[in-house]
Design a protein around this ligand. Structure first.
Ligand code: AMP
Length: 402
């Protein structure tokens, strides 16, 4: 299939060309026609599938002919990085239409965003908290919104945005099109979707399973030997553009400084950093100044960097969903990528759930010649978990996802 079959406005077609897209991705192929028809949509797709353009292009088509006054499309996103990326995609795809898009998120000054909104915008991409803040300041009028997009709805709920989302819904016109994108559809997300969508069409690609273009490997290791194993991986198989995940902000910073002392070009990205520093780290990674970016889950949401060759879970994530999101940073579109997970003995249960999501056993690898410290017998399956109840260790969602 070719993009020309959607019969987009010529000024949108030129944006598609500028972005270098030739063929629609599966989620675009399925979602664009129904969104263009004006239907509500549930899109079950991870980041990396091309879901942004799947909603941005039909929004632009709606704006191409209609009036240019007031906020006609509102996109809610969980993080600043994702909001910024959707904004950039809107600017790029809509560059010949002259559509005005504003991104509004916290962590930076409110006034420039308020001024941009007052100057006028047809598309607003916002994190829920900042949007409510700006609404409270009367910087934005939501009474003309025709399309609402909830992007990464599962993550927004995980991050506690549900009350804010409900407040925003109450401010929007009832007659509107609603597009609901989520990587996963656990029961609470299904309920939310059912409560706000009208007769939705569900489109789905690779639901909740990591992309097929990613290869997976576990590296069993004890906590105390993780740093040295990571060095061995970075000197050995993982020599490309590497994204390393840690469990906490503190661990991200201290690991980045450890790697820097070991001679690597590395930056950290975590939620306590200023927006400027986060953007600097991201831009440096994107431009290749840093070969390695050490990130926490929240900070890495929606990071869209081409050619990430390896995702390394220095700490295993706390759920299969997070695993899927993390490894979605590599193997994007049709490129191949590798996901390496340093897994401690206590990660055994999560390992088996990840294998279920991937749909096949995942190899447990040893690095020949590496000093494992003697204390650990590394078996393909690893020792028994120390605590029995999966609900206690990984939370209810991960349990339900099995
Ligand atoms: P997303 O899942 O929206 O974050 O998109 C992931 C990446 O795929 C982004 O870098 C997009 O620019 C790119 N992309 C989206 N649609 C296409 C397409 N049809 N062809 C090639 N690349 C695309």
């Amino acid at each position: 299939m070719d993009f020309s079959e959607f019969a987009f406005h010529p000024r949108i077609a030129s944006g598609v060309q500028a972005a270098g897209y030739t063929h629609p991705t599966p989620i675009q192929e399925q979602a664009i026609p129904v969104v263009l028809e004006g239907r509500d949509v549930i899109g079950i797709a991870q980041t990396g599938t091309g879901k942004t353009a799947a909603f941005v292009l039909p929004i632009l088509q709606r704006l191409a002919d209609g009036k240019r006054s007031g906020v006609r499309a509102l996109v809610l996103a969980p993080t600043r990085e994702l909001a910024e990326q959707i904004h950039q995609a809107t600017q790029l795809l809509g560059r010949d239409l002259g559509v005005r898009s504003v991104a509004a998120y916290g962590g930076v000054k409110k006034r420039p965003q308020a001024s941009a909104l007052r100057r006028g915008a047809e598309v607003v991409i916002a994190c829920p908290g900042r949007l409510l803040d700006l609404y409270g300041d009367r910087a934005i009028d939501l009474s003309h919104v025709e399309v609402l997009v909830l992007d990464e709805a599962d993550r927004m709920c995980d991050m506690g945005f549900l009350p804010d989302i409900r407040r925003i819904l109450a401010l929007l016109p009832k007659a509107r099109q609603t597009l609901f994108f989520s990587a996963t559809m656990p029961p609470e997300i299904r309920r939310l979707a059912a409560s706000i969508l009208r007769d939705p069409v569900t489109v789905q690609v690779d639901a909740a399973a990591p992309a097929k273009t990613v290869s997976h490997a576990f590296y069993p290791i004890t906590e105390g030997r993780k740093r040295d194993l990571l060095l061995a991986l970075l000197r050995g198989p993982a020599t490309g553009r590497v994204l390393v995940f840690t469990r906490t902000k503190h661990r991200a910073q201290s690991l980045a400084s450890f790697l820097s002392k070991a001679g690597f070009n590395v930056a950290a990205i975590e939620g306590d950093m200023t927006q400027r520093d986060r953007q600097g780290a991201l831009d440096g990674f994107r431009a290749g100044r840093y070969a390695i970016l050490v990130a926490t889950d929240v900070a890495a949401r929606g990071i869209d960097v081409e050619d990430v060759t390896h995702v390394i879970n220095f700490d295993m994530p706390d759920s299969v969903d997070s695993y899927t999101h993390r490894v979605g940073r590599t193997g994007r579109i049709s490129k191949t990528g590798h996901a390496f997970s340093l897994s401690a003995p206590s990660d055994r249960l999560l390992r088996s759930w990840v294998e279920k999501a991937v749909g096949k056993p995942i190899e447990s690898r040893r690095i020949p010649g590496f000093d494992y410290g003697g204390a650990m017998t590394v078996s393909a399956r690893g020792p028994s978990p120390s605590s029995g109840s999966p609900t206690r260790r990984y939370g209810r969602r991960a349990y339900l996802r099995r």
